[in-house]
Design a protein around this ligand. Structure first.
Ligand code: PSU
Ligand code: MN
Length: 312
């Protein structure tokens, strides 16, 4: 078995990303669990490439993150991105899995918790994803709360997302974010987005109108100091691209019942529910998910650009 030796870098930043960071150019981190476990093949590889392109169009450098053969990669080349999208049996790695994957030379896609950690370690401040993990329904019995929340409570990074996944207990998740000191703002909305849906129906206390305002919040975080915590910029999927709410509620109820019946738990539950929704909505949930991720990625690029060139 190959073990990562003391001379080897456990985290490798690509040349392009390292240069961008060194020169203060805008960089956006992208996670890979959505690619490997959240989207069907072969569409997932197209999406992975498209998201990187959207970051570039916004004037920033994409840093897609994954672990390959035990090395955490910040910035993937073409063949690495292909491995993430197509390799059978690729693991899903949360933060706690990183030391195990490194020591055992394993490969895996990174969730929000692992990606946020690796991005911040590399010096990246802005991160785009679809929907955050959070507190699951039935959490009083299962104790299933995504590690995403704890990581964001301790990591100074800005996450642009369409809220938290609607498969979750959204009010409980918002409460946990409040308790743990994570700043949350709606982007041009007074309501917390509902991932596939434009709104979760729950109000959000703060509203940001522009990338410059988001960057100003980030500067204020640094000036205030105190515990490291994230900023969540909650950016809703456009109303005309959302999943039909009636269809959403019906298929989600079926999905939750199926997960219960089949005894799906732990890391498998989120991919199971997302996949059930794609099939149960005839692909409509996939389109809404993609619309959300695209919007988040574009906005993250613009926030990173604003962050990189503060007003003089
Ligand atoms: N956003 C999406 N699809 C996804 C995810 C986010 O649109 O599949 C992934 C993220 O990587 C997130 C993970 O961290 O789902 C949450 O998994 P869990 O509930 O097991 O923590
Ligand atoms: Mn979980």
């Amino acid at each position: 078995m190959h073990m990562t030796g003391p001379g080897e870098q456990i985290i490798q930043t690509s040349e392009e990303v390292a240069e961008a960071l060194a020169s203060g150019a805008p960089v956006v981190a992208l996670e890979t669990t959505i690619i490997s476990h959240g989207l069907p093949q072969p569409r997932n590889l197209q999406v992975a490439r498209e998201l990187e392109e959207l970051v570039r169009e916004a004037g920033a450098v994409p840093a897609t993150i994954a672990v390959l053969d035990g090395v955490a990669r910040v910035g993937l080349d073409k063949s690495m991105l292909e491995r993430v999208a197509t390799e059978p049996g690729l693991r899903k790695l949360g933060f706690r899995d990183l030391p195990l994957a490194a020591a055992l030379s394993a490969s895996g896609a990174t969730t929000v918790s692992a990606t946020a950690f690796l991005a911040a370690r590399a010096g990246i401040r802005v991160f785009a994803t679809g929907g955050l993990g959070g507190v699951h329904r039935e959490w009083t019995a299962s104790q299933d709360e995504s590690a995403d929340l704890d990581m964001l409570a301790g990591t100074r990074i800005t996450v642009v997302c369409a809220g938290v996944k609607s498969i979750l207990d959204v009010p409980a998740t918002l409460q946990r974010l409040e308790t743990r000191g994570v700043s949350v703002a709606g982007y041009r909305t007074d309501f917390f987005p509902g991932f596939y849906l434009h709104t979760s129906g729950l109000p959000v206390d703060w509203r940001l109108e522009s990338p410059a305002e988001a960057a100003a919040v980030m500067r204020a975080q640094d000036l205030l100091g105190g515990p490291e915590a994230a900023l969540i910029v909650a950016n809703p999927v456009p109303e005309d691209e959302q999943l039909d709410p009636v269809l959403h509620d019906r298929v989600l109820a079926e999905a939750l019942a199926a997960a219960d019946r089949e005894g799906i738990t732990g890391q498998a539950i989120t991919p199971f529910l997302l996949d059930y929704l794609v099939r149960g909505t005839g692909g409509a949930s996939l389109e809404a998910n993609l619309a959300a991720v695209r919007g988040n990625t574009r906005l993250a690029g613009r926030i990173a650009a604003s962050w990189a060139s503060p007003p003089s």
